[in-house]
Design a protein around this ligand. Structure first.
Ligand SMILES: C[S@@+](CC[C@H](N)C(=O)[O-])C[C@H]1O[C@@H](n2cnc3c(N)ncnc32)[C@H](O)[C@@H]1O
Length: 975
């Protein structure tokens, strides 16, 4: 049985290689005819800059290509007939058949070999190979060793961090293809050669470097991606000048991405258990406040409640009182105490030896720790000019975001919605649209088609300002005629009432359900019956077969059912879709937010009156677009807490939470609760507002410099530096904020559209993203308030908002977890045992009919969308296709549909959100947050209760009051 599975996996790999080989072979003809631009799945226009898509002249070398020295492994048998060359990537554009890129040669984005890797069939084949290889490894490897991989794999990112931080990649690039021995590397970067040898060897063992001879290492296709392109001398200078962040300027962001992931994110992830399980605070364990994410425990910011972005911005003032900071008991980390800055005194041999400068926590004074031999421990500047000791990481974060564009297929948004169905002159609102990269793609693509679409890009003031600059530089002819920027806070009422489409691209994943629901409710309130909502986000694929057809939650959703990969691969292609789970947990550990499964998105949308009716996914990507239409807004649950039950139980749990309109028994029931809740909500929103730059992995938003990064997540309601919140001044003092910027006018719908260039020529903002001039105090003011929007009617006709149920106006926080689980039937999940049984049965059948042969049916993977690769055409492929472990193709069509094929045992689950099959519907996160914090309040904090008054205003009203300057202090980021 297991051998049969291994054979099946082997056959899947074999057929996938056949597919790749066929695509590469067929490109020879095309290649000899005309230059091929970088392939974009589904015919979407490429967003690569012209200089990246340009075809080099035959024989032309790129900066990283090298013509001779990279030794190559023997060609694989399947490639034997092709001309195998790892050494001339660029010349593969010439008439010879291109080979798949070699692992041993540096990455060359301009080569045909590399371009063909994004061909849909190749992408598809790659997924199958990665999935099958991962499955095979897990099957055959000794379980304990697999456990070692899973539990000791943390060394890999640690080694990656050292590789990047100590500039080994740049040193090896300068050394050339012959590589460099560790002593020579050490002489340059100061890392002990003995240590370095082992670290680099671990990476070579994982195919990230190559050890060409003992202790001599060289770059390969993977590690060369981390190259900043700067000379080592330049990098040394930046460090000597205490400006290490300059390394990332004008790069593709991948070095910054590696640094970010292997530093802040890895350390944060290590604190997941402390936060979600060991913490004595239920508020921390089950809540979703960004200031209580694992990051905060790893970097010791939990006592101040400073989230990742606040920390990046250098904010550290306390906002929790000691009694509230129950999580003090949790051992916190010191991940943030080491400044990544080097000094270079001379050692005894006169060699330049960089030494790590260790800064004592928060003081900027030298560490008094062991100072031996040549180690000089020196203080690093406490703060930069802007007063931010985290400037390096801030800048690195901003740049890292631009290194992840490849995670979404370029142009997928064009296929994510039937844009041609819109009436001429329709308005599309890109809510939280950043600097408008997605809209730029749409506007340019449709400009020449006469659709007459008008676009409004809404974001925070400083982001709009940057967006305008970017558009003026890239496509000034579209600005204000086809697209307009509009300052808008998406937690406040949506000013555009006549929108045909609201687009929310990588916005909801930034926010826990409670907040995401508020955003959706605002759009629902502004929607007409014809308005569509287009959500672009990752869609987490289940690791088990999905019973789409049997789940009323997903009923009628076009595209919900996806084609299954060939058995025995996991339905979500296992390792091949790991990225989206990395992303999900990154959002969790850094911000307490999340990526969502389709069910979770559907449930969330329904909770705010939107029904998802269509999903489109792109081949080879977990990113999807979901189209929703307005439906009735469900009644919002009234939530109250029995405060009395918590008295005298500081830190005790659980706290009784009453939901769904239950009236509490006590007399002045919820005054204290309401006040506390308002304060807590506001604090959460305030802190979360500075999260505006939550990773845009896969996003086209390119905001990279420090100012840009600041603009993205520093321009919301910001706290005044040095003003700490206390019980008596819960919002950090009442420093007045300047008046709001005047609202940009909405589109003039009469403006004629000028002729635009072809969508294929749309250049991304990459590389030419304008670096904004230092942000003046006038630039970052504050968000537009609800009151501002009411008092400043937009030009253009704004239809009156459609009526909404009263309950909705209360903006009660929602969670899709409890109330709706009563409405929707429990999710049924299939045990993996069922899969095995099915395979076993099929295998028995197969053995009976074809003894000794076991191989899967060769079913192309199709992750939705329209790209259905052809079946393998080679003889080998046909041979493999003729025997099957799974059910015969003709019994189920050409593919295993997720829908309606589920057999075997089920495990009923009543939890929708986290996919866990265990436990009863949980109360919403807000319920828990409130209950716990009220406990604290009752026991130890009385002054804070009176600070806001007793009125029952909503959270958003409080937000409006803050924006009117009644509470919030304003801080102007320094340039
Ligand atoms: C992850 S980015 C997505 C940008 C863009 N939609 C894209 O696809 O590239 C999130 C965006 O939400 C914006 N944002 C965050 N909070 C906001 C708020 N309260 N109101 C409006 N925009 C906000 C940020 O400024 C940022 O541009």
């Amino acid at each position: 049985m297991t051998i049969a599975i291994l054979r099946s996996l082997q056959a899947i790999i074999g057929s996938a290689i056949d597919d790749i080989e066929r695509v590469y072979a067929s490109s020879e003809h095309e290649n000899s005819q005309e230059p091929i631009s970088r392939h974009t799945p589904e015919g979407a226009p490429s967003t690569q800059p012209d200089n990246e898509t340009a075809i080099p002249e035959a024989g032309q070398k790129t900066s990283q290509s090298n013509s001779q020295a990279y030794a190559s492994p023997p060609p694989s048998p399947s490639m034997a007939k092709t001309s195998y060359s790892v050494s001339e990537p660029s010349s593969s554009w010439s008439s010879c058949t291109p080979d798949f890129p070699s692992l041993d040669a540096p990455y060359d984005p301009t080569s045909l070999s590399e371009a063909l890797t994004s061909h849909p069939e190749v992408l598809n084949a790659i997924s199958r190979i990665v999935a099958a290889a991962g499955h095979m490894t897990a099957t055959v490897q000794t379980p304990f060793l697999t456990l070692c991989d899973a539990t000791m794999g943390y060394h890999l990112p640690s080694c990656m961090r050292l590789l990047e931080a100590s500039h080994v990649v740049e040193i090896l690039r300068e050394a050339g293809p012959a590589g460099l021995d560790v002593r020579s590397i050490s002489e340059k970067n100061g890392v002990s050669p003995r240590k370095l040898a082992h670290i680099l060897r671990l990476l070579a063992t994982h195919h990230i470097l190559r050890e060409v001879s003992p202790d001599v290492f060289t770059l390969n296709r993977i590690s060369s991606l981390v190259d900043s392109g700067k000379s080592f001398a330049e990098l040394k200078r930046y460090q000597a000048e205490a400006k290490p962040e300059m390394k990332y300027r004008d790069t593709n962001g991948i070095a910054a991405f590696v640094g970010l992931c292997s530093d802040e994110i890895q350390k944060s992830s290590a604190y997941m258990t402390e936060t979600y399980y060991l913490s004595s605070s239920r508020y921390t364990r089950q809540g979703s406040e960004p200031g209580r994410a694992p990051f905060c425990f790893a970097f010791d910011t939990v006592k101040t409640g400073t989230g990742f972005f606040g920390w990046l911005e250098g904010q550290a003032e306390p906002c929790f009182t000691k009694d509230e900071a129950e999580d003090e008991r949790v051992e916190t980390g010191r991940g943030g105490t080491f400044a990544p800055t080097l000094r270079e005194p001379k050692n005894s041999k006169g060699l330049q030896t960089p030494e790590r400068v260790i800064r004592s926590r928060g003081t900027g004074t030298p560490s008094s720790t062991t100072s031996t031999d040549s180690e000089a421990v020196s203080p690093v500047r406490k703060n930069d000019d802007s007063g931010n000791s985290n400037r390096f990481r801030l800048e690195r974060f901003g740049k890292a975001m631009s290194g992840t564009d490849g995670w979404e297929t370029p142009g997928a948004v064009l296929n994510g919605f039937d844009w041609h169905s819109l009436a001429h002159g329709s308005t599309v609102v890109d809510v939280g649209g950043g600097i408008g990269s997605t809209t730029m793609l749409l506007a340019t693509a449709f400009a020449s088609e006469g659709l007459g679409l008008k676009f409004i890009i809404q974001d925070r003031p400083v982001v709009c300002e940057m967006g305008e600059k970017a558009w003026k530089a890239k496509c000034p002819e579209l600005l204000n005629s086809t697209a307009t920027f509009q300052v808008h806070d998406f937690f406040s009422p949506q000013p555009v009432r006549n929108a045909a489409v609201f687009l929310l691209r990588v916005v909801l994943h930034d926010w826990p359900d409670d907040f995401a629901c508020k955003v959706l409710l605002q759009l629902r309130e502004a929607a007409s019956s014809e308005t569509k909502l287009l959500i672009g986000d990752f869609i987490l694929p289940l690791a088990c077969p999905d019973n789409v057809g049997e789940d009323s939650c997903l009923e009628g959703i076009d595209g919900a059912a996806t084609t299954m990969p060939p058995a025995p691969l996991l339905p979500n292609l296992g390792k091949a879709s790991a990225n989206v789970f990395w992303m999900d947990l990154t959002m969790r550990v850094m911000f307490n937010s999340q990526e969502r499964t389709l069910r979770e998105s559907v449930t969330l949308a329904l909770s705010a009156g939107w029904k998802i009716i269509r999903v489109s996914r792109t081949s080879g990507s977990s990113f999807g677009y979901m189209v929703a239409i307005p439906v009735a807004v469900p009644p919002q649950p009234e939530k109250t807490i029995d405060i009395r039950s918590t008295e005298g139980r500081m830190g005790a749990e659980p706290i009784e939470i009453k939901t769904q309109g239950e009236v509490p028994e006590y007399d002045t029931p919820t005054a204290a609760y309401k006040e506390k809740k308002r304060r807590d909500d506001m604090e959460i929103i305030e802190r979360a507002s500075s999260r505006c730059g939550t990773p845009t992995f896969g996003s086209n938003t390119r905001l990279s410099s420090m100012q840009e990064a600041l603009a993205r997540f520093g321009g919301g309601i910001v706290k005044s530096k040095g003003t700490s919140r206390s019980k008596s001044t819960p919002f950090g003092g009442a420093r007045p904020v300047p008046p709001p910027p005047s609202l940009k006018p909405a589109l003039s719908l009469t403006t004629t559209v000028r002729k635009r260039p072809s969508p294929l020529s749309v250049p991304p903002l990459h590389g030419t993203s304008p670096v904004p001039s230092p942000i003046s105090p006038k630039t970052i003011t504050r968000r537009m308030s609800l009151a501002n929007f009411r008092s400043q009617p937009l030009s253009g006709s704004l239809a009156p908002p459609p009526p909404l149920p009263n309950a909705m106006r209360q903006y009660q926080p929602l969670s899709p977890m409890s109330p709706r689980s009563a409405v929707h039937p429990p999710i049924l999940r299939r045990a993996s045992h069922a899969q095995l049984s099915q395979i076993a049965a099929a295998h028995t059948h197969s053995q009976q009919s074809s003894p000794g042969i076991a191989s899967p049916s060769l079913i192309p993977v199709r992750a939705g969308g329209s790209t259905e690769p052809a079946l393998p055409s080679s003889t080998a492929g046909q041979l493999r296709a003729s025997v099957s472990l799974g059910p015969p193709a003709d019994s189920q069509g050409s593919s295993r549909k997720r829908s309606g094929t589920v057999v075997g045992p089920y495990i009923a689950s009543s939890r929708v959100n986290d996919g866990s099959p265990l436990g009863a519907p949980a109360p919403s996160a807000f319920d828990r947050l409130d209950s716990e914090r009220v406990t604290h309040s009752r026991q130890s904090s009385t002054t804070s209760r009176s600070s806001l008054g007793e009125g029952g205003i909503s959270v958003l009203d409080v937000a409006a009051r803050i924006e009117r300057g009644e509470f919030a202090a304003h801080r102007t980021p320094s340039p």
